[in-house]
Design a protein around this ligand. Structure first.
Ligand SMILES: Cc1cc2nc3c(=O)[nH]c(=O)nc-3n(C[C@H](O)[C@H](O)[C@H](O)COP(=O)(O)O)c2cc1C
Length: 170
């Protein structure tokens, strides 16, 4: 049986969900069993061999669904290979350099012994919820800064680490 991987995400406007889906798609193509699910909809991670958790960044914090997810499932997550990602910057910075995790995510990383964290660019487009979002858009600061090539490369590295294509694997 191939490893089964959960890609759980916290999103308000859907762009982190699309990143999670892109990751799950790469993992599936590489021969793993992978699914992307909203973090708050996951009751248990017991049936997964490895987990990826991602959240949009809001006011310097991970999306609350991602925060609650890592708190609720901390015991199971600490026993599994775990990768974390954030999605936020509304500029090209995430494609230009490594952006460290925000403090809360760094803490989760350390506590759960996560393998890696990466920050991807974010996306904010017309129709986003909330007055702050509307203000950002009105000031012309929105846009889609997600780098799907980088996202797919990261997912491919995860699958390589999980040994998806390892010869002799049953
Ligand atoms: C109210 C608000 C606060 C935000 N705060 C941050 C932040 O602190 N850091 C950051 O990098 N991006 C921030 N962003 C950008 C979002 O993280 C970005 O739009 C992200 O892609 C949202 O993910 P989602 O579409 O999955 O909800 C903020 C956006 C909004 C609307």
């Amino acid at each position: 049986m191939p490893d089964s991987v959960l890609v759980a995400y916290g999103t308000t406007n859907g762009s982190t969900a699309q990143i999670a889906e892109a990751i799950a798609e790469v993992l599936s193509k590489e021969g793993l069993t992978a699914e992307a699910l909203p973090a708050q909809a996951v009751e248990s991670v017991a049936s997964y061999d490895a987990v990826v958790v991602g959240g949009g960044l809001y006011a310097g914090r991970w999306h609350k669904d991602a925060r609650r997810f890592v708190r609720r499932h901390r015991h199971e997550l600490a026993e599994r290979p775990l990768w974390l990602f954030s999605s936020g910057p509304l500029d090209p910075s995430a494609s230009e350099r490594d952006i460290p995790p925000v403090p809360g995510v760094k803490k989760a990383m350390d506590r759960l012994d996560a393998k890696e964290h990466v920050t991807f660019g974010g996306c904010l487009e017309e129709g986003a919820k909330g007055w702050v979002a509307r203000m950002i858009l009105r000031n012309g600061k929105g846009g889609d800064f997600r780098d799907f090539t980088a996202i797919e490369e990261w997912a491919a590295r995860i699958s390589a680490e999980l040994g998806a294509a390892a010869p002799g694997r049953s």
